[in-house]
Design a binder for this molecule. Structure first.
Ligand SMILES: Cc1cc2nc3c(=O)[nH]c(=O)nc-3n(C[C@H](O)[C@H](O)[C@H](O)COP(=O)(O)OP(=O)(O)OC[C@H]3O[C@@H](n4cnc5c(N)ncnc54)[C@H](O)[C@@H]3O)c2cc1C
Length: 456
């Protein structure tokens, strides 16, 4: 019989003596701090229908009808950012630093969107070439995040002077995003999916979101739609278009430093993927069919088909001489939706305008060059402002561009910079008691420059 006792058997023993649960709680509390007591949650008590009123949908004449019902307002805020991807993260930090009471709602349990959850680790378009020199166009909140990550060993590669397009480790990025959001004093709701809007005429007064606690609402003065898919502006009835583009699934390979690339090449495997800060790991980009992410059947099919083909491919690599030690470390928790809804904004930025490097009086950021091979392209405020809706700004990959510019605008660097600009603009609109579309551009640009943004 074994003389050592593992944690599980110790807990069993303590539990038999009536001590197990308390012990388990104490060990967790040691690590992360005890949960604050919540008197609204009657732990261990029966909850009656009276205490928890329900409003189930009804089947009426073959149609499912949702009854009218009151919703709890969990929070009232100045600026509400929906979506915690690169754009939403930067927007929330910028709004809070500009002095607005800021709330961020994210459907998953972490920040970073496609960058971290989609395992898209390479921040393309961080730089441009101006007069023959490399210029960093990704500045402000996004760059601060990368600079802070460089201080950790193994968190980011290619962020040094003279280099461009850094690649970051997903867990380090999530951690640093948490830290920066916390420091900025943003109120956060994770695991909350925004499902609808609260309207009052042309104004979005807030959003309705779903969580394990049911449907609740948040009220706001200005809303930033950083969902990537324009869920909020679509629900509010803003004009938009739908674009489809290669829904893929990124995955990561482990033990790549224990492979024999020459032998693998002989066996027909030319590439193992792209570098990461950890030398033993590579991330593998994947394209896929250009279908509609709003079609849940398609999304379900792709999720399963991509995983199946990735699994088969990795097994094949493991059977190829030189690849025996490889393994599939992870498939992305978030399927790789590249584009869907695009806002119809007051300015549709075109590829031709970007290529000419056209300057705008309302420039709020500068897009970079994919391989830092050409000059930057100014991004006007109008790409984020809906034609009609009054107190919403869009940021990130769902802003208003023509088809040819989608490929550049959706890159992480541009999403970080438009997010930063949208957050600052939202906060200034609240402070100046004006609609975001009426915000004085000189005020916005001055504030953005103070906050380290690059406007060309
Ligand atoms: C397969 C693939 C490969 C790519 N490769 C690269 C690359 O190499 N380099 C590069 O720079 N870019 C790349 N991109 C593009 C880039 O990753 C994205 O365009 C960028 O992350 C978009 O940022 P975002 O903040 O606008 O949206 P997202 O990153 O999509 O973030 C949106 C966030 O909103 C949340 N959300 C969505 N709907 C709701 C809702 N209703 N309620 C609450 N929260 C919600 C999501 O969970 C998510 O966190 C790639 C994209 C894909 C899909």
């Amino acid at each position: 019989m074994s003389t050592t006792m593992n944690r599980r058997s110790l807990l069993k023993l303590l539990s038999a003596a009536g001590l197990g649960t308390a012990f388990a709680r104490r060990t967790m509390a040691d690590e992360i701090g005890a949960a604050p007591k919540n008197p609204a949650v009657p732990e261990g008590k029966l909850v009656s229908a009276k205490q928890a009123p329900r409003y189930p949908a009804r089947l009426v004449g073959g149609r499912v009808i949702q009854p009218e019902r009151p919703l709890t307002v969990t929070n009232e805020t100045d600026v509400l950012v929906v979506g915690g991807g690169p754009a939403g993260f930067a927007a929330a930090i910028a709004a809070a630093r500009t002095g607005a009471k800021t709330t961020l709602v994210e459907r998953y349990g972490y920040f970073g969107g496609q960058w971290t959850g989609g395992l898209v680790l390479l921040v393309i378009s961080s730089h441009a070439k101006e007069n023959g020199s490399l210029v960093k166009v990704l500045r402000g909140v996004g760059d601060e995040l990368l600079e802070r990550l460089t201080k950790f060993d193994g968190a980011v590669v290619n962020q040094n002077p003279g280099k461009f397009n850094p690649t970051s480790d997903p867990e380090a990025t999530k951690y640093m995003m948490d830290e920066m959001i916390r420091e900025a004093g943003v109120k956060v709701f994770l695991h909350c999916w925004v499902a609808d809007v609260v309207m009052s005429g042309p104004l979005i007064r807030g959003v309705v979101f779903e969580s394990k606690a049911g449907r609740q609402a948040i009220l706001a003065k200005v809303v930033v739609d950083a969902t990537g898919d324009g869920d909020v502006f679509a629900a509010a009835g803003a004009e938009h278009e739908l674009r489809l583009h290669a829904i893929g699934m990124v995955h990561r390979l482990g033990n790549v430093d224990r492979t024999d690339p020459a032998k693998l090449k002989e066996g027909g495997i030319k590439s193992l993927g792209s570098i990461e800060p950890l030398s033993s790991v590579k991330w593998v980009n994947l394209r896929g069919p250009s279908t509609n992410c709003l079609d849940i059947g398609e999304l379900t099919r792709l999720e399963m088909e991509h995983r199946r083909s990735i699994w088969k491919r990795v097994q094949q690599m493991r059977q190829t001489p030189g690849g025996e030690k490889l393994f599939l470390l992870q498939t992305a928790p978030q399927i790789g939706v590249r584009i869907s809804r695009l806002l119809a904004g007051t300015h549709q930025l075109t590829y031709a305008e970007a290529r000419e490097g056209m300057k705008f009086p309302d420039t709020i950021a500068v897009g970079g060059a994919q391989n830092a091979q050409h000059r930057g392209w100014p991004i006007p405020y109008g790409v984020m402002v809906p034609k009609k809706l009054d107190n919403l700004l869009a940021a990130g990959r769902c802003v208003c561009v023509d088809e040819a510019l989608i490929e550049d605008m959706r890159l992480i660097a541009s999403c970080l910079t438009t997010g930063h600009a949208a957050g600052t603009a939202a906060a200034l609109s609240v402070q100046n008691k004006c609609r975001p579309r009426d915000l004085a551009m000189d005020k916005l640009q001055k504030k953005l420059l103070e906050q380290g943004a690059y406007l060309g």
